[in-house]
Write a protein that binds this ligand. Sequence first.
Ligand code: MN
Length: 159
Amino acid sequence: MEKTRDRIGEDTGRRDSSKTSGPEGRIKIQPKQAKTRFVVHEHHARHLHWDLRLEIEGVLKSWAVPKGPPTEPGVRRLAVQTEDHPLDYIDFEGVIPERQYGAGTVKVWDTGPFELLGQDGRELKFHLQGRRLRGTYYLLHFKEKNWLFFKGKKLEGER
Ligand code: MN
């Protein structure tokens, strides 16, 4: 009986001494990342089009989509890259006066969280959580300022 008790004591002692450098010491508190957002502006300029804007590296990367963003997989839309816009333009709605660039009415068509999932030279893969645009989307660069904008097919097991 005495021997057993001693052994237990030893074990407990060992566990206690390892506590200081144990799991509790390894917990890292991650700062909450600010959510990045997207917007699609419906722009009644000389020609009606939609402007897709994604918050990337502190600016709104922008594409004009003449026929509008696809809401279902299997639809590929031309997206012409335009100049970056400042972040605070994301909430803009109103009238751009005549004789100014982009003259016409601008309305927010959709907006919400945007998450960049992957990026290489030719392709952006991202997730949109808007009211109209929800799911995984792709922008595929093919020529000069021209990109293809389409929604990914939902594979089994994919979110
Ligand atoms: Mn526009």
